[in-house]
Design a binder for this molecule. Structure first.
Ligand code: IPM
Ligand code: MN
Length: 349
């Protein structure tokens, strides 16, 4: 492409601050090759809700559909009751735009600090990607509560897994595994207990595997996967898992590979029937809002994922490399502002 038409949702807390740095780096790298970038800001999140009670108007969803991609900062604020913005803005965006692949790479860049004893547990480093299902599972809101507030209350959240939904995400994970040097796919689930959904996932992997004979297939229960993630993270290449297991394990994955400040994600619609949305895994961190303290690295790496997705992989690689170099030379005793980190990465392009 020679132009990019982006929708930008800064959102709450530090969201707009980190997105601004992502856009700075995006403009720097696209200018070099003459790709023009236009952006339209959409005001969604806590401020809009306080002002008008609106979460995600249908008209906004329709406008978002007209863009090549969406860049999102963070949605969520302590002044809004838990669940209102999550269930009202972020999840409806993922569902409406069919973001069935929630892509979360976990790479320990040189210079990034892991709480693990890396020399011992991962001498060859950490470099895996979680393909988290993004539109189904326990996230769909299929549940209810009876006798609320009484000692006899019953609350259910029923996980929804469809053959269609599992097949498309498993295929995407196989394709990604096939394109990577180690070509290994690990299904993470809990099919010894969640027998209905678990066996659908297991059978789907078994059914697709023959189409990718070059890919080695492995399976781990979610509980065991958390152990291996801290004792042998080098064993992972591509992980495929459901929405909730993926949510949990990607926080752990971020923690072991330099922290949540470095974790990028893509909410991807692989069918390309709607724009994909790129966001840092971290939240809105309202405690440090407006202080210039937020690390924009995850937002910048999310821009790299976006460039890859829209068909500009060379530019994505340049942004990744600039972040690598910046991290490698970071001096933790010299803290930098959000803006300074953005400038430093842009200057390395
Ligand atoms: C994430 C977040 C969201 C999720 C919340 C805010 C709804 O934790 O992107 O990982 O659970 O998917
Ligand atoms: Mn999460």
């Amino acid at each position: 492409p020679t132009s990019l038409n982006l929708a930008v949702i800064g959102g709450d807390g530090i969201g707009p601050e980190v997105v601004a740095q992502g856009l700075k780096v995006l403009r720097a790298v696209t200018d070099q090759v003459g790709v023009s970038v236009t952006t339209t800001d959409y005001d969604l999140g806590a401020k809009r809700w306080h002002k008008s009670g609106e979460t995600l108007p249908d008209s906004v969803v329709e406008e978002l559909r007209g863009h090549d991609a969406i860049l999102l900062g963070a949605i969520g604020h302590p002044t809004v009751p838990s669940g209102v913005l999550e269930r009202g803005v972020l999840l409806p965006l993922r569902f409406a735009l069919d973001h069935c692949v929630n892509l979360r790479p976990s790479v320990l860049f040189p210079g990034a600090v892991s709480p693990l004893d890396i020399e011992r547990v991962a001498p060859d480093g950490i470099d895996f990607v979680v393909v988290r299902e993004g539109t189904e599972g326990p996230y769909v809101g299929n549940g209810g509560a009876l006798r609320v507030g009484t000692p006899h209350e019953i609350a259910t959240e029923v996980s929804v897994n469809t053959a269609y939904g599992v097949d498309r995400v498993v295929r995407d994970a196989f394709e990604r595994a096939s394109a990577r040097p180690r070509k290994k796919l690990t299904l993470v689930h809990k099919h010894n207990v969640l027998v209905h959904a678990g066996h659908l996932w297991r059978r789907t992997v078994e059914a697709v595997a023959p189409e990718f004979p070059e890919v080695t297939v492995d399976y781990l229960h979610i509980d065991a996967a958390t152990i291996f993630m801290t004792t042998d993270p080098g064993r992972f290449d591509v992980i495929v898992t459901d929405n909730l297991f993926g949510d949990i394990i990607t926080d752990l994955a971020a923690a072991i590979s330099g922290g949540i400040g470095l974790a990028a994600s893509g909410n991807i619609n692989p069918m390309r029937t709607a724009p994909s949305m790129f966001e840092p895994v971290h939240g809105s961190a309202p405690d440090i809002e407006g202080q210039g303290k937020a690390d924009p690295t995850a937002a910048i790496l999310s821009v790299a994922l976006m460039l890859e997705h829209v068909g500009l992989p060379e530019l994505a690689a340049r942004v990744d490399q600039a972040v690598h170099d910046d991290l490698a030379e970071r001096d933790p005793s010299v803290p930098r502002t959000t803006d300074q980190i953005g400038d430093a990465v842009a200057a390395r392009l």
